[in-house]
Design a protein around this ligand. Structure first.
Ligand SMILES: [Zn+2]
Length: 644
């Protein structure tokens, strides 16, 4: 029987021992003042940090021997004041770098230098950066000035700066839990579906070992208004919020991250792991989610305050970085090709005893916006993957054909004096279409027509332009080498308010992209009402239309729609052209999933299919097990699978 008191005691002891080991291996002139465990990082505060910062080998070998992530920071007492540091940076960096912003992160001791030409801030082999570090004792980080400013990213930065004390305390608490010694020697790994198993929506799964419990995704069922359908099965007996060590977010769609702030409202104070692109996008979508719910008198599951708590507890890591989630699980995120920042989560459990990857929404082929999902892993015993389009008849049209079809519809509609409405989710599809439209326009294959981005889509696009490192290599090449940023094309215009919306509706031919994608609310419905009865107009659906939504009814050809305007019922005659183009999906179709599996290296011995209608997943499962002679399972919600 292990007692809580003993665990706590051995935790403190192990941490003290680790600190002592660490300090004894560092050169004395580094003058270490403190060693702290901040989240997954071991942070060494030094009075003379340049010794360690300039000699990366010392830190590298230390990290290897301790098997921990080590970060060097200057002690607060040796950092120059922010005013002085700012002035010194401006003096040291040559003017041609065109610095556009200098942001201090007190908590990390970092200074972020935003410049139009980052290379000039770095200097030859990093010489300028080293000079800055030595001079101001803040650690400089250089980023390219985003071509479009994102209000949301700025507000996340403000939150992190103004609440740095709260964040630091949160990280210290998380750190204690991560770096605890192992107490239980039992070895088991089990996975329970709390949502999104044999269904699409409210994705949430619980992964347990003897030492650790983590949640992967915590989404809502966007289409549903009934609480028992909206939420994952939080009442499952395995689920106890106080025992959760970490929450991982695969990507920012609400069916994967919509209820994470709800966990904080409910008392969770552990970490969320994602990358900075996902953090920005999910914050944007969660804020919108509760605003729309409040406006439409629906259940509002959490407040802005809870979103803020989530931000303060989020630890962002980049693709490929290895992170300790606990004393027996290591996480590495790799690209999933689905939306900006989307990740396949690779978990290395019990010193490599078992390795599993979770591909909860992925794209097997590259799109214009993103490179395709990663298929190479150091080790892999099991893959857990989505199967939304795993049915035998799920064959998506070729990308190129979809592009040509879209351009043809727009050209025809505009030439007859009409407008094109494209209802869409805010994130993913619209930015993909923007790249397509900008390219065809540049090649004179698209008529000259303004493309309006309504509401959230504009902000989501700004977030894309602030995180170019997550975009496809094709797009990065276009942006950085050819100076052609499609998001900055002259054809795009943002729509911010009602009077602009009215002007567009009564104005000249145009293309309008607006949320929501299934016409379940938002501005797309408003545009639809005003455009439906004009036969010159077109509507183009580019995403899945769920059962019971207005989008589904229109796409299936219903010509009379009941509409309420100014409190009066009115019958709307749908005379506009209706089109559905499937080729822009961010998901993989049956062939892509099979191909993804074929290319997986190493080949896993076990497959778990989730995130799909049961029949489709089962059909895919049969195909996979027949071809590869492997174990394929299609569990339902509340079922548990044991891995070893
Ligand atoms: Zn998704």
């Amino acid at each position: 029987m292990v007692r809580e008191k003993d665990i706590r005691f051995s935790r403190e002891l192990a941490i003290d021992q680790l600190k002592a080991d660490l300090i004894s291996q560092l050169p004395p002139d580094a003058q270490v003042s403190t060693v702290l465990f901040e989240g997954p990082f071991v942070v060494i505060y030094s009075l003379n940090p340049t010794v360690l910062m300039e000699n990366g080998d010392i830190v590298k070998s230390l990290a290897r021997s301790l098997r921990k992530r080590i970060v060097i920071r200057s002690d607060v007492t040796v950092r120059r004041s922010k005013e002085e540091a700012r002035a010194r940076i401006m003096e040291i960096v040559p003017e041609n770098a065109e610095i556009t912003g200098i942001i201090f992160d007190d908590e990390l001791g970092d200074v972020i230098i935003e410049a139009k030409k980052p290379g000039a801030v770095i200097g030859r082999s990093g010489a300028t950066l080293r000079e800055i570090t030595r001079d101001i004792s803040w650690r400089p980080k250089v980023v390219r000035s985003p071509p479009i400013q994102s209000e949301l990213i700025n507000s996340i930065r403000r939150t992190l700066t103004s609440e740095s004390e709260t964040r630091r305390n949160a990280l210290l608490n998380i750190g204690k839990r991560i770096h605890r010694p192992k107490v239980i020697e039992d070895e088991f790994i089990r996975l329970t579906g709390l949502g999104g198993f044999s269904e699409v929506g409210r994705s949430c799964m619980l992964l347990e070992t003897a030492e650790t419990k983590i949640l992967v995704d915590c989404g809502t069922n966007v289409g549903s208004r009934e609480p028992d359908q909206m939420f994952p099965f939080f009442n499952a007996s395995e689920f106890d919020l106080t025992e959760i060590d970490a929450v991982l977010v695969t990507h920012a769609h609400l069916d994967h991250c919509g209820l994470i702030p709800f966990l904080y409202k409910w008392g969770y104070r552990g970490p969320v792991y994602s990358n900075d692109a996902t953090l920005s996008l999910m914050t944007l979508l969660q804020k919108d989610y509760i605003e729309v719910a409040a406006r439409e008198n629906r259940l509002v599951p959490y407040s802005q305050r809870d979103i803020k708590k989530m931000i303060l507890h989020t630890i962002t890591r980049r693709y490929g970085e290895v992170t300790d989630l606990s004393n027996d699980i290591r996480l590495t995120m790799t690209p999933a090709g689905h939306i900006l920042g989307s990740s396949i989560m690779h978990l290395h459990i019990g010193d490599g005893r078992y390795n599993l990857a979770i591909a909860n929404d992925f794209k097997g082929k590259r799109s214009r916006l993103l490179d395709r999902a990663n298929t190479k892993f150091p080790r892999l015993e099991c893959i857990i993957m989505e199967s939304t389009y795993g049915g035998p008849r799920d064959i998506m049209p070729r990308r190129n054909d979809a592009e040509i079809q879209l351009i043809k519809i727009i050209n025809q509609t505009v030439r007859r004096g009409g407008k094109v409405l494209i209802p869409s989710l805010a994130v993913g599809r619209p930015q993909e279409l923007m790249v397509v439209l900008a390219n065809y326009f540049r090649k004179h294959k698209l008529v000259e027509v303004p493309v309006y981005l309504d509401g959230l889509i504009a902000e989501a696009t700004a977030i894309h332009s602030c995180h170019p490192e997550y975009l496809s290599s094709y797009l990065q090449d276009q942006i950085f080498n050819e100076g052609q940023n499609p998001f900055l094309s002259e054809i795009f215009h943002n729509v911010d308010n009602q009077s602009e919306r009215q002007a567009i509706i009564y104005g000249k031919p145009a293309v309008i992209m607006a949320t929501s994608g299934m016409l379940t609310g938002g501005n797309s419905v408003e545009y639809f009402r005003d455009m439906a009865e004009d036969s010159r107009n077109s509507i183009v659906f580019v995403s899945y239309q769920a059962e019971g939504t207005l989008g589904r009814r229109i796409a299936s050809g219903v010509k009379e729609i009941r509409s309420i305007e100014d409190g009066r019922m009115k019958m709307l005659q749908v005379k506009m052209d209706i089109h559905q183009i499937d080729g822009f999906s961010g998901h993989s179709d049956r062939g892509e999933i099979m191909n993804f599996f074929r290319e997986l290296s190493p080949k896993p011995e076990r497959v778990v299919l989730i995130h799909g209608k049961r029949k489709k997943s089962q059909s895919l499962g049969q195909a996979l097990s027949k071809r590869y002679h492997i174990k394929v399972e299609v569990p339902q919600n509340l079922e548990t699978i044991r891995f070893n």
